[in-house]
Design a protein around this ligand. Structure first.
Ligand code: LMR
Length: 335
């Protein structure tokens, strides 16, 4: 059988065009450790969609949720090596990179509410911290909210004495380690993806996280008590491999910046609601008793934990802590 020459030519041209289009597509692997149905999970999907839209399909963002690609420590290494291009680790995970100032976000009770936090993330301190990443081959693109952390365990956590002697899974932050010690507890740094099993098997007794992470990891199945302490903040820095980012065509980078701006707005808009709904979910499960500390109990917790600021000031940096105090109006002397 003979093919008409014209048809063959057209087919070849179409195939060539498709190959060129494919070769030009830029793939961004975006890895994270939480469930899809969390503020970070949803915001990363939102970013992927906007990135495709605004670049007219030139960029494809592949989101890998739930530690499917890498766990906490590995993902930082993978980003620096260029095996993934984008991450959104919690702010508590930058210490091991050598950027200890990020641990200012982990200081207990340093933010009264989200407004206070945003004064830092949207202000000069947030910018200064991002500059510190550059030397590590990382560019900071945005800060995404999650929420305020609550403590959980298999026994009620009411007075400060209740926290004593138990092992707590924590993120890789020296400030959080010190926070647990200030309560007489034993901190255990562990990857997020290993927490459920560690709680289930009794390797650790308790943990801290915003309700959205607690609920979507089903920690309510393995923790009988949760205390609404809201003693510290957990949020994210969206980061990208600097060499990759700088190597993008300028127009594509601009479009991605635009997509990130929209995703950041979205993330920060849904974060509170997601956490409220997660708490409802925990309540409905009937598996975890939720306790709201009294004003006195919360003040006692604050008194026990705020000295961590001074204790960790040489690590985090006095200057950074003072800058945050100045931005938020926090006064450690007033409890
Ligand atoms: C944790 O490890 O507890 C959190 O940082 C997980 C996350 O990314 O929210």
């Amino acid at each position: 059988m003979q093919f008409p020459v014209k048809k063959v030519l057209v087919c070849a041209l179409v195939a060539f065009g498709a190959t060129v289009a494919q070769a030009q597509q830029i793939v961004i692997k975006f890895s994270h450790v939480v469930a899809q149905d969390t503020p970070k999970g949803k915001a990363s999907e939102f970013f992927a969609k906007k990135a495709a839209e605004l670049t007219g399909g030139k960029v494809k963002v592949e989101v890998y949720a739930n530690s499917a690609l890498y766990k906490d420590k590995e993902e930082m290494e993978a980003l620096q090596m260029g095996s993934v291009q984008m991450l959104a680790p919690s702010l508590a995970k930058f210490g091991p990179l050598g950027v200890k100032e990020f641990e200012v976000f982990d200081l207990p009770f340093i933010f009264d509410d989200r407004d206070a936090l945003h004064k830092v993330t949207n202000g000069p301190v947030g910018e200064k911290l991002f500059k510190k990443l550059e030397a590590r081959g990382i560019t900071g693109l945005a800060y995404w909210d999650n929420g305020f952390k609550v403590f959980s365990a298999n026994k009620p956590l009411k007075s400060v004495a209740d926290y004593k002697g138990m092992k707590y899974r924590i993120q890789s932050s020296k400030v959080i380690e010190e926070q647990i010690r200030a309560l007489g507890g034993i901190p255990q740094v562990m990857a997020f993806g290993e927490t459920y099993q560690a709680l289930q098997t009794g390797v650790v007794d308790g943990t801290e996280n915003p309700p959205s992470n607690f609920y979507t990891q089903k920690m309510h199945e393995v923790q009988k008590h949760l205390s609404l302490t809201n003693h510290g903040y957990l949020g994210y820095a969206v980061i990208v491999n600097k060499k990759f980012w700088d190597g993008l065509p300028a127009d594509v980078r601009d479009q991605l910046n635009q997509a990130m701006k929209q995703a950041t707005f979205y993330a920060n808009q849904i974060a509170q609601d997601d956490n409220d709904q997660a708490l409802e979910g925990v309540k409905k499960s009937g598996k975890t008793a939720i306790y709201t500390p009294t004003k006195e109990e919360r003040t006692a917790l604050k008194k026990a934990l705020v000295p961590v600021h001074e204790k960790m000031s040489s690590r985090v940096g006095k200057e950074t802590i003072q800058e945050v105090y100045k931005a938020t109006g926090f006064d450690p002397a007033k409890l």
